[in-house]
Design a binder for this molecule. Structure first.
Ligand SMILES: NC(=O)c1ccc[n+]([C@@H]2O[C@H](COP(=O)([O-])OP(=O)(O)OC[C@H]3O[C@@H](n4cnc5c(N)ncnc54)[C@H](OP(=O)(O)O)[C@@H]3O)[C@@H](O)[C@H]2O)c1
Length: 312
C-alpha cells in the first residue's frame, strides 16, 4: 500500500523538505506519495504540518492516521476542535542539542558576568573580584520535559545546583526535582537564574506574573526559550525597571517577529534573540517523520504524541 502524505507546512518548508523527506521515507522502506497538495482530503493518510500554513479545518481528512508537527511547540494546532486525528510533535536529538547549547551559553553569560568584560574595555585592570563557581549559583528549570531535562542535566554536569519543576514530579540524576504550587514557590525563592522550558497552554499562560516575579530573588535572571506568553510582559517590564529582575534573555514573544517599537528591544536589562534557541533541522526531522509514518503503517504506536486534554 502506498501512504499518501500531504505536506501542509508551506512553500519554503516544501522546497527544503521534499527531497530529504523522500529519501528518509525510502530509507525507512515506506512506499509513499508525497505532495504539497491534497486535491482529495479523504485520500490523505498523513499530514505534515507547521503553523501558519494551509489547514484550518481537519475534518475532511477522514482517513488521516496522524498529523505530524514540524514544530516542538503545538499550541497553535492542539486546541483546534476539528483535529480529531492523533497529533505528534517534533522531538529530535539535534533540536534538543541546540536548546541545551542555548541554555548553557546564556546561563554561563550571566553566571560569569561576561558582559562586564565584553562591554567594559576601558583600560582599567579590575581583578579584585573572585570569579564565581557554578557550584555557588542555583539555577531553576521550569518544565522538565525533553528539552528541560536535557538542559537541566547539562547544567548539573557543570556543577550548578539545579532545581527542576514540572507538573508531575520527575527523578533526574543530579537535579533536585519539584512539582506543584508549593514546589514552584520553593524553586523561585532559591534560584538566581530561572530558565523557562514549558509549553504554552491554558495553565501556563502568564504563569510568570507579578506575584511569581516578586517571589524571585533580588536581581534574578530569567531565560525564556519556551514561549513568550508564559510571561506577563507588563509585569516583567516593571520588575526589570525596578531592578528586582536583573536581566531577561528572551527568545520567544507573544508577537513574532517582535515589533520594532516593543520596549524589550531598547531595555538595558533585556536581551532579545529572534526565536533561534533550537530550530528543527531538516535531515533529523525527516528521520523522525519517516519513523512515525513507518510505525503508523505497521500498526505500532506513534512516537511523541500530544495529550490533547493537557495541550502539550
Ligand atoms: N525557542 C525555541 O527555539 C524552541 C524550540 C523548541 C521548543 N520550544 C518550546 O519548548 C517547549 C518545551 O518543549 P519540550 O519538548 O521539552 O516539551 P515537553 O517534553 O512536552 O515538556 C514540557 C514540560 O513542561 C511541563 N509542564 C507543562 N505544563 C505544566 C504546568 N502547568 N505546570 C508545570 N509544568 C508543566 C511538563 O510537565 P510534565 O512532565 O509533568 O508533563 C513537562 O515537564 C515547547 O513546548 C516549545 O514551546 C522552543
Amino acid at each position: 500500500m502506498t501512504a499518501n502524505i500531504f505536506f501542509a507546512a508551506g512553500p519554503a518548508n516544501w522546497a527544503e523538505y521534499a527531497a530529504p523527506l523522500r529519501a528518509a521515507l525510502a530509507h525507512a522502506g515506506i512506499a509513499a506519495a508525497l505532495s504539497d497538495r491534497a486535491d482529495d482530503p479523504a485520500l490523505v493518510d498523513y499530514i505534515i504540518f507547521a503553523p501558519g500554513h494551509a489547514i484550518a479545518d481537519f475534518s475532511p481528512f477522514t482517513r488521516c492516521k496522524a498529523v505530524l508537527s514540524l514544530w516542538a511547540g503545538v499550541e497553535k494546532i492542539a486546541p483546534n476542535p476539528t483535529l480529531t486525528q492523533p497529533l505528534a510533535r517534533m522531538v529530535n536529538p539535534e533540536l534538543t542539542e541546540g536548546m541545551v547549547e542555548y541554555v548553557v551559553g546564556h546561563v554561563l553569560r550571566h553566571h560569569l558576568g561576561m558582559d562586564a568584560h565584553i562591554h567594559g574595555q576601558d583600560g582599567v585592570w579590575r581583578n579584585a573580584v573572585l570569579p564565581p563557581l557554578a557550584r555557588e549559583r542555583t539555577v531553576a528549570v521550569l518544565g522538565m520535559g525533553e528539552l528541560g531535562q536535557a538542559a537541566a542535566t547539562a547544567l548539573a554536569r557543570l556543577n550548578f545546583p539545579v532545581l527542576g519543576w514540572s507538573r508531575r514530579i520527575k527523578a533526574v540524576p543530579g537535579v533536585e526535582c519539584h512539582a506543584g504550587e508549593a514546589g514552584l514557590d520553593q524553586v523561585l525563592a532559591r534560584a538566581e537564574i530561572v530558565v523557562l522550558l514549558m509549553p504554552l497552554t491554558a495553565d501556563t499562560e502568564n504563569l510568570i506574573d507579578a506575584r511569581r516575579l516578586a517571589q524571585m530573588r533580588q536581581a534574578a535572571v530569567i531565560i525564556n526559550p519556551g514561549r513568550g506568553a508564559l510571561i506577563d510582559d507588563a509585569a516583567l517590564l516593571s520588575a526589570l525597571d525596578a531592578g528586582h529582575i536583573g536581566h531577561a534573555t528572551l527568545d520567544v514573544f507573544r508577537t513574532e517577529p517582535l515589533p520594532v517599537d516593543h520596549p524589550y528591544w531598547a531595555h538595558r536589562r533585556v536581551t532579545v534573540t529572534p526565536h533561534i534557541a533550537a530550530d528543527t533541522r531538516t535531515e533529523s526531522a525527516c528521520a523522525v517523520l519517516a519513523e512515525n509514518i513507518r510505525r503508523g503503517e505497521a500498526g505500532l504506536p506513534f512516537l511523541h504524541l500530544v495529550d490533547r486534554t493537557r495541550g502539550y
